[in-house]
Design a protein around this ligand. Structure first.
Ligand code: NI
Ligand code: MN
Length: 229
């Protein structure tokens, strides 16, 4: 049984019998947070890119749980220097761990971490993740604009659940996300990366109506849990 908890923004936890895997655990800084980083347990943390609203509480959660951090090479190296136990990967690469498979997909975005001093540390290319656990494949697009590569991702993978940004401004907006669904052909869609701040305010019901006929959309409130089936 694979279960997904949505923490708001792009933060999720995917749980199977073998692993508790978080993606982009931005919890404490989220104005709509439902839980704080000190309360979460994770074995693995996947980070799509170096922006603060995705790296979030990675270092705190990873060091406290001795979780393995999986990220693109440059970001993994940076998080290694911050004390995390890391496994670097890169776009196009897949690896099978004893709890499941991870593959990095392209994302059209940036990736730099802004330190407290104000200095920007560039952390390579951003990515998305295909995570396969217990035969279920979850695609987390990360922060990305609509990209033609999604057609290939959809053709080569049977995606049970696609987590797609719809916030616009920094990523795809709802109309482009509809086109992403058309290419990805997932069994189910959960919109993410919206309504955290005014600049990414969106109506997820409107998005769900536009996707109707392509795939069912499940709108999950922050703190909500769904089964991946
Ligand atoms: Ni970003
Ligand atoms: Mn973001």
């Amino acid at each position: 049984m694979v279960e997904l908890t949505y923490y708001g923004h792009s933060a999720v936890k995917i749980t199977s019998d073998k692993v508790a895997l978080m993606i982009d655990p931005f919890l404490d800084g989220n104005p709509n947070r439902k839980c704080c980083s000190a309360d979460v347990e994770a074995d693995v943390i996947c980070v799509t890119h170096g922006h603060g609203d995705h790296v979030g509480d990675t270092v705190e959660i990873a060091t406290r749980n001795d979780a393995l951090v999986i990220a693109p090479f440059e970001l993994a190296t940076y998080l290694d220097m911050k004390g995390c136990r890391v496994h670097p990967m890169h776009i196009g690469g897949a690896r099978t761990f004893d709890w499941g498979r991870v593959k990095l997909t392209p994302a059209l975005h940036g990736s730099g971490f802004i330190e407290e001093s104000g200095k920007i540390v560039y952390t390579g290319n951003p990515c998305g993740f295909l995570i396969t656990l217990e035969g279920k494949t979850i695609y987390h697009a990360g922060d990305t604009g609509l990209s033609a590569e999604m057609e290939v991702v959809g053709r080569m993978n049977a995606i049970d659940l696609a987590l797609l940004p719809i916030g616009d401004n920094f990523t795809m907006g709802p109309d482009d996300a509809v086109e992403a669904v058309r290419m990805l052909k997932p069994k189910k869609v959960v919109p993410i990366h919206y309504n955290t701040w005014e600049v990414i305010a969106q109506n997820p019901e409107g998005f769900a109506r536009k996707v109707a006929g392509l795939a069912p959309v499940e709108i999950v409130a922050p703190g909500g849990i769904i089964m991946v089936s």
